[in-house]
Each structure stands twice: as structure tokens, then as C-alpha cells.
Design a binder for this molecule. Structure first.
Ligand code: ADP
Ligand code: ASP
Ligand code: MG
Length: 405
């Protein structure tokens, strides 16, 4: 008897018909003789709508305990409805909140980390022949508070449950047929990949390919979970995210991603002395600002400019810290630019193929797209460009590297 974890995203359970379609698939999987654990997201745009509601009743930037109490309600609705629909098909199913499922976390509201899974209630449900339907994106902290695990984290719930129970497969059902060479909503010719390495998927998730949440991919890598990303609309076989296979040649480029969720900050005329960068980025870290790309210019006359990117959500906190630090280090000032975006090329084969960066930069230059920052890893090249150029840049790069179907 196999144990299968299935995760259904918001669109997959967006209305009663979708919930019935999903329930049918769950029931078939159980009737085929498998034990099934299901992780579910909130219906459709419920989480976004709840955040909007919160902002309608308070002027303070929302977050913390009450926000988590509110947001976890979204998944609570969908687990109950999915369980009812599965039961209706004659297959027993029981719903569990994250807390009931034994997902124990640290105390960081809004972005809690899983510290332990106490799986006895789910195990008992499975042993009794039921499907266990678990609320994604939530847990209970070591301080006994209800918490959320970060946006998109129902993927993480599924992967963590798959790891804990040693599941035979972890199926992430979504509204596209798998991991594509680019977001198929932006590049119509994007191609579904049969497989992608964990390393590539990590880079994709970190640079805007939101089909899997970054922390779920990290968790899968750390715990050896094999993920199958597939569609709950067509049920066609999707993309396997697996360890690199040394016997297979890697594609040079496996995908183009884009991200418009970050802003660029430039600190002007920073004194070029040892310790200054340390001071700046320590202050930002202490204020929980998640700095991403960093570029320091060549020094002229003892001064240099430093630019970095960070999530737009962190900008308000950054600006408070930066006002103080600019005065402390004697820099001229700083500027925040939210109208930027990042395009990234990802591919395990680029390690051994020179010329990828050159082709990328030439492709952008030919269309007059200015590159404002560059960063690389061994299997990724990212460029910051104007936000209005981002979608065009993705399509141009997808063509230039012949990634299409
Ligand atoms: P879910 O609600 O199921 O978690 P998400 O919206 O989080 O779904 O993720 C699926 C979406 O990810 C797709 O609708 C697609 O637009 C987007 N996406 C971005 N990049 C890619 C990619 N490279 N391959 C597939 N989908 C992608
Ligand atoms: N509902 C949560 C969100 O929108 C979690 C998820 O969908 O994975 O972020
Ligand atoms: Mg998602």
C-alpha cells in the first residue's frame, strides 16, 4: 500500500465544482488502495481578500497574531469542504487544522518555521482507513499560538508531511501542467519540462517562478522528497523535481523567470572605508529586511555608491533604518526605486557552457533594455531592468535561447 501526499492550490479548489473534481480524484486515489494525505490552500483569492479586509479595519501595517488568526481561517474553510465532498463519494475523510495535524513551529508570526511534526492524529486517521485533509500554510507555535508559514506555504505543508510520513510521492496539483521554461501566462510558447533538478527549481523559486514556494523546495532537498508538479484541471503527468542525475546531460538553460516584487535602493557617496558595508547591512538585517542582490561601484575620490534590492514589503522598515544609518556613516543620502524588475536565466548546463551571459546581455541590448544590476550563481544569471521592460525581456530571452515548444 502506497502513501501519497496531494496538495491542491487555491485555484484548484476555487469553487464548488472544482472542489468536487478534486474530491473525485482523491477518492479514486484512495479506492486504488493508497493511503492519502491531502494538503489544501484557501479557495481562490481568499487569502488576498482577507489581507485586504484587515487593512480596511486598521491603519497599522497588518501582521502578527491577529493577522495569522484571520488568514488561517481561509484554509479552514477549504479543508472542511474538501472533506465533505470526499465523504459524499463514500470515502471516509477527516479534516485537520495545522495545529490538529501536529505541525509545530517557531514563534515567528507570518513566516513561522516548522520545528517538529507530531503526526499521531494523522497516522490514526490513515490507520482507520480515512483520507486526512490538512490545512496548508499553518501550524501551532511552541508558544501555543496559531501561525502561518509564509505566502504560498501550502506547498511546504505538503512537502513536510511527505517527509515526515515517508510518502511514496508528493503531488503538487496546480492550475498549470507542471514547471515550464517560463511562466506560461507570459510566454505562450513556454514548454513543460518532464523533469527539473532540485538545484534548478531552487533558483527558479528564488527568482519569481512561483509554481513552487521556495521553502518547500528547500525542505524537499533537505529531506529527499520527490515532488511531482501537475495539473488538477487536466490531470496530465507533469514535472518531476528530482536530484541531479549524473548520467544525464543537463540542458544549458532550463528556464527564464521574472520577479517584480522587489525594489532597488541606492546609497549615494558612501565613504569607502572598511566596516561601512558591514554597518549598513547589519542594521538592515536587525530590522528584518531581506536584502537580495548587492552591487558596490568602483570607488572615486574615497566614495562609492552601493545598490541593493529587497522585497517591496520591507521598504517601509528599510527607510526608517536607512535614514539613521546614512547619517551615521556620513553618506550623501539614499534613493528607493520601486519601478524595477528582475529577469533570470537558470540552467545547470551553464556551468560548462561559456557565452550564456554574453548572449543574455546582447539580447537585452538589441531591444534597448538597459541592465541596471547583474548577479550570478553557478547556474543562474539575473539582471535588474525597468519594470515595464520585464515581460518583453522574458519573451526575448526565451526566444534567444530557443526554449519554446
Ligand atoms: P497554486 O495556487 O496552485 O499554488 P500558484 O499561483 O502559486 O498556484 O502557482 C502556479 C502559477 O505559477 C501558474 O499559474 C503560473 O502562472 C505561475 N508560474 C510562474 N512561473 C512558472 C513556470 N516556470 N512554470 C509554471 N508556472 C509558472
Ligand atoms: N493561501 C495561502 C496563500 O495564498 C497559502 C497557499 O496558497 O499556499 O499564500
Ligand atoms: Mg502556490
Amino acid at each position: 500500500m502506497a502513501l501519497i501526499v496531494q496538495k491542491y492550490g487555491g485555484t484548484s479548489v476555487g469553487d464548488p465544482d472544482r472542489i468536487k473534481a478534486v474530491a473525485d480524484h482523491i477518492a479514486r486515489t484512495a479506492r486504488a488502495g493508497n493511503q492519502v494525505i491531502v494538503a489544501v490552500s484557501a479557495m481562490g483569492k481568499t487569502t488576498d481578500n482577507l489581507i485586504r479586509l484587515a487593512n480596511d479595519v486598521t491603519t497599522k501595517p497588518a501582521g502578527g497574531r491577529e493577522m495569522d488568526m484571520l488568514l488561517t481561517a481561509g484554509e479552514r474553510i477549504s479543508i472542511a469542504l474538501v472533506s465533505m465532498a470526499v465523504n459524499d463519494l463514500g470515502v471516509p475523510a477527516v479534516s485537520f487544522t495545522g495545529s490538529q495535524a501536529g505541525i509545530v513551529t517557531d514563534t515567528e508570526h507570518g513566516n513561522a518555521k516548522i520545528v517538529e511534526i507530531r503526526g499521531d492524529r494523522i497516522r490514526a486517521a490513515l490507520d482507520a482507513g480515512s483520507v486526512a485533509v490538512v490545512a496548508g500554510f499553518q501550524g501551532v507555535s511552541t508558544a501555543k499560538e496559531i501561525v502561518t508559514l509564509g505566502r504560498g506555504a501550502s506547498d511546504l505543508t505538503a512537502v513536510a508531511l511527505a517527509a515526515h510520513f515517508g510518502a511514496d510521492s508528493c503531488e503538487i496539483y496546480t492550475d498549470v501542467e507542471g514547471v515550464y521554461t517560463a511562466d506560461p501566462r507570459i510566454v505562450p510558447t513556454a514548454r513543460k519540462q518532464q523533469r527539473i533538478t532540485l538545484e534548478e527549481m531552487l533558483e527558479m523559486a528564488a527568482t519569481g517562478g512561483r509554481v513552487l514556494a521556495l521553502r518547500s523546495v528547500e525542505y524537499a532537498r533537505n529531506h529527499g522528497v520527490k515532488i511531482h508538479v501537475r495539473s488538477s484541471f487536466t490531470w496530465a503527468p507533469g514535472t518531476w523535481v528530482t536530484e541531479e542525475n549524473p548520467d544525464m546531460e543537463q540542458a544549458i538553460i532550463s528556464g527564464v523567470t521574472h520577479d517584480i516584487s522587489e525594489a532597488k535602493v541606492t546609497i549615494e557617496q558612501v565613504p569607502d572605508q572598511p566596516g561601512v558595508a558591514g554597518k549598513v547591512f547589519r542594521s538592515l538585517a536587525d530590522a528584518n529586511c531581506n536584502v537580495d542582490m548587492i552591487v558596490q561601484n568602483v570607488s572615486t575620490q574615497g566614495h562609492t555608491d552601493i545598490s541593493f534590492t529587497l522585497p517591496k514589503l520591507d521598504v517601509a522598515r528599510m527607510e526608517v533604518v536607512m535614514a539613521a544609518i546614512v547619517a551615521e556613516i556620513g553618506a550623501k543620502g539614499f534613493q528607493t526605486d520601486p519601478d524595477v524588475g528582475r529577469v533570470s536565466l537558470i540552467g545547470a548546463g551553464m556551468k560548462t557552457h561559456p557565452g550564456v551571459a554574453a548572449t543574455m546581455f546582447e539580447t537585452l541590448a538589441n531591444e534597448n533594455i538597459n541592465i541596471e544590476m547583474i548577479s550570478t550563481s553557478t547556474i543562474r544569471i539575473s539582471c535588474v531592468v525597468r519594470q515595464h521592460d520585464v515581460e518583453n525581456a522574458v519573451r526575448l530571452l526565451h526566444d534567444a535561447f530557443a526554449l519554446g515548444a
